[in-house]
Design a protein around this ligand. Structure first.
Ligand code: SF4
Length: 289
């Protein structure tokens, strides 16, 4: 089953991306995020905004960052979103499901995430996989020098298979993995827990992705060629192909400082407010689409 995200026959969810974690366990040279030095938005500030947004017909939240599992209050935020009957996606590299991990560039360790029952209640857990071996994965995602990120992600998938946690695989299609896409498909199709696969055309947004644009960028023609090749595969996994041009300006992002913004492919940012300031909430929510 293959869809472009903005399939006109389907009404899109009214959704928001809460990129509320300012830390990550990786240090990727193609990262889209704008990591801020300011204090992370608090639990109460996130919850107050989400409660109001639900009243204004918000249907879905994606929690990301950085890595949302690096936040000590993530279980409280996820549970609140579930209680509000929102669809919840969590985009994480998943490493803390396996054990305690150090936050990249710090000596701070985050304990093992143990609340598996909570993860079973969410819509899906988004796990990144951008290659079928560590050499290819490492062209885009940087872990510590000794670590084998590919093997760790496979362990995360094994863990989710065993614990029946629904997974969406997120793959950024770029110059270094474009010839590996069928191998990635062959890797993930073995897992029943993998319900969907999102393939994103690399976007040069954010400081690092822009800086490394030449290294990763693929054209829309190359992206469409990959889509066509995968269309012929028979699979129960729902595939969603997300070209850069259709994503630009279509995501309302909330950063770890609470700022609400959209960004286009030239890295122009339009700000809509800050979830710390309730006077801007209507403007943020009115501009989600
Ligand atoms: S791309 Fe994702 S996993 Fe990599 S540093 Fe950025 S937030 Fe972390």
């Amino acid at each position: 089953m293959i869809n472009y995200e903005f399939d006109k026959r389907r009404k899109p969810y009214k959704k928001i991306n809460l990129c509320i974690a300012k830390h990550c366990f990786l240090n990727c040279p193609g990262c889209y995020n704008l990591f801020s030095n300011s204090k992370e938005i608090s639990t109460d500030e996130v919850i107050r905004f989400v409660e109001y947004a639900k009243e204004k017909e918000l249907e879905k939240v994606t929690l990301s960052g950085g890595d949302p599992l690096s936040r000590s209050d993530i279980e409280t935020i996820v549970q609140k979103c579930i209680d509000l009957d929102l669809k919840v996606n969590i985009d994480t590299v998943g490493l803390t499901l396996l054990g305690a991990k150090y936050i990249c560039g710090t000596k701070k360790s985050v304990p093992k995430f143990k609340n598996i029952e909570l993860l079973k209640k969410i819509n899906n857990l988004g796990i990144p996989l951008d290659g079928s071996n560590n050499e290819i994965v490492s062209t885009f995602r940087h872990y510590n020098k000794e670590g084998n990120l590919y093997k760790e992600i496979i362990k995360v998938l094994d863990f989710c298979e065993k614990n029946k946690i629904k997974i969406c695989i997120n793959t950024v299609l770029h110059k270094k993995n474009i010839d590996d896409i069928t191998n990635i498909f062959n890797t993930i199709k073995k897992y029943k827990c993998v319900k969907s696969w999102q393939v994103f055309q690399f976007m040069p947004i954010g400081f690092y992705a822009k800086k490394n644009e030449d290294k990763y960028a693929v054209s829309i023609e190359e992206f469409d060629k990959v889509k066509k090749a995968l269309e012929n595969k028979r699979t129960r996994i729902e595939m969603n192909f997300k070209p850069a041009i259709e994503r630009a300006y279509n995501y309302m992002l909330i950063d770890s400082n609470g700022r609400a913004y959209k960004v286009d492919l030239a890295n122009n940012i339009t700000e809509y407010g800050n979830i710390r300031d309730n006077k801007t909430w209507d403007n943020i929510l009115d501009n989600i689409y």
